[in-house]
Design a protein. Structure first.
Length: 210
């Protein structure tokens, strides 16, 4: 599919749609776009938006859990909300909080809100997320699910120049099988997954290919 002189492919395994790798934005262009976002931790509207993930996640978290906010951005509001609920949250963002040390441990939970649509290498990143979560831990994701191909060209979510991969519910169902996650999928854009034993898993590297 070609839209606005951009080529989009569909993974025939997981049904994700993604931008041609040769057309991915460069890091400077991405940072310039991210710097325009105004996601302040004290903004009540932004907090209500994040509650779509926070509320179902808190229902499953044990008291005092230790987590990682992966791709937290410059204003880690989600981490603040989870800390206010009594949890410990470390931060990682390749641009704003690029501390590689936090990627060497394991956590009771990991969150990634409005992150996975930006990934240039989704397979490797999902496998990294999986390694960062302890057995039985939780992964909480927020992104907007793609539905109707006929509306894809006009979809506002596609028009963000840093959004380069788009997930269907079927995509996360496939990832759940591939990574050993027990999935709770909450349309229009929330996933809460629990990491199960690794036996019988498929490599996620087989996914996100045309």
């Amino acid at each position: 599919m070609q839209v606005d002189c951009k080529d989009y492919w569909r993974c025939n395994r997981c049904q994700a749609r993604f931008l041609d790798p040769a057309q991915l934005p460069n890091p400077l262009a991405e940072k310039a776009e991210y710097d325009r976002h105004e996601n302040h931790p004290d903004d009540p509207g932004y907090r209500r938006f994040l509650d779509q993930l926070v509320k179902p996640l808190l229902k499953q978290l044990a008291p005092g859990s230790r987590g990682l906010d992966f791709g937290c951005g410059p204003g880690p509001a989600l981490a603040r909300m989870l800390e206010e609920a009594g949890h410990q949250v470390s931060l990682y963002d390749p641009i704003y909080f690029p501390d590689q040390e936090v990627l060497h441990g394991q956590y009771d939970f990991l969150t990634a809100t409005e992150v996975v649509e930006h990934l240039h290498d989704p397979s490797s990143t999902f496998e990294l997320m999986n390694r960062l979560v302890a057995q039985g831990g939780l992964i909480g994701l927020m992104t907007r699910f793609q539905t109707d191909d006929a509306r894809f060209a006009r979809w506002h979510y596609r028009r963000d120049p840093t959004h380069v991969v788009f997930y269907r519910i079927e995509t996360f169902e496939w990832l759940g099988q591939a990574l050993g996650w027990e999935m709770t999928i909450i349309p229009p854009g929330v996933v809460v997954a629990r990491k199960r034993p690794r036996a019988g898993m498929i490599a996620a590297g087989q996914c996100f290919r045309s």
